[in-house]
Design a protein around this ligand. Structure first.
Ligand code: PXP
Length: 245
């Protein structure tokens, strides 16, 4: 069955907007787990704009599922992850001026650095995924780093306007997922997925996990965590069942 990783960054965004202690992303993540999240994702950004170090430390102590730490490939972040090892680590590109992660990691351009860093994280018992655009050369480069997982960036699919371009981006995801699988990589996907576009992505074999944040946190403002997480999981199950159909 396809798994749902719930990204809690934007609960922290709301807290940081006022510098208060609430809403607490850790408490929210524990509720998301009870609602059916298979893992919890947090992005510890260089500028600490939402998730703080104490959030990750508390989640590592209290979460029942896997913690997937998204982070830039900087020496400081690698050292931080080694000092506080999560189950999973997703390496992402990071720019201070961006609103959210724009585009995937340029694994081809960072090949030498990633070939060094990925084995160090793996040796510490951390499963590493690389967040990449659904492009052949990035997938082949990812396989050469020793990482066993790629997370395909679904942003282009999510932003596509009109049936034709949506179909084109979905085919790109499908081909990328199959290539990665053929190279022995496990395939995750995420970014920009919401309640109206998730079914078609969940239907792509062999994608095994979706990481979704903004849409779930936004819906939970109206409906609460249980409904928001549960409805997303049900839609993913619908998509997954379409694979066999
Ligand atoms: N996956 C990765 C690697 C991301 O950087 C993000 C955004 O933080 C997500 C998934 C979730 O994206 P969204 O918040 O649009 O669902």
């Amino acid at each position: 069955m396809i798994k749902l990783g719930v990204n809690c960054d934007h609960v922290a965004t709301l807290r940081q907007a006022r510098g208060e202690r609430y809403p607490d992303p850790v408490a929210w993540a524990l509720e998301a787990e009870r609602a059916g999240a298979d893992s919890i994702t947090v992005h510890l950004r260089e500028d600490r704009r939402h998730i703080q170090e104490h959030d990750v430390i508390a989640l590592l102590a209290r979460a029942q599922t896997r913690i997937n730490l998204e982070m830039a490939v900087t020496p400081a972040m690698v050292a931080w992850a080694l000092a506080h090892p999560p189950a999973d680590c997703c390496l992402v590109p990071e720019k201070r001026e961006e609103i959210t992660t724009e585009g995937g990691l340029d694994v081809c351009g960072l090949q030498t650095r990633l070939n060094e860093v990925v084995p160090v994280l793996l040796q510490a018992g951390i499963e590493v995924s690389l967040f990449i655009d659904p492009e052949e050369q990035q997938i082949r480069a990812a396989a050469m780093t020793g990482a066993r997982v790629v997370e395909l960036h679904t942003g282009r699919y999510a932003e596509a306007k009109g049936t034709e371009s949506q179909l084109r981006e979905r085919v790109a995801l499908q081909e990328a997922a199959q290539l990665a699988h053929g190279l022995g990589l496990r395939v995750h996907a995420g970014h920009g997925l919401h309640y109206h576009n998730v079914v078609d992505v969940a239907a792509i074999a062999p994608i095994g996990e979706l990481n979704i944040g903004h849409a779930i946190v936004s819906r939970a403002v109206f409906t609460g965590v249980f409904e928001a997480v549960g409805t997303m999981k049900n839609l993913m199950v619908t998509g997954f069942r379409n694979r066999a159909a």
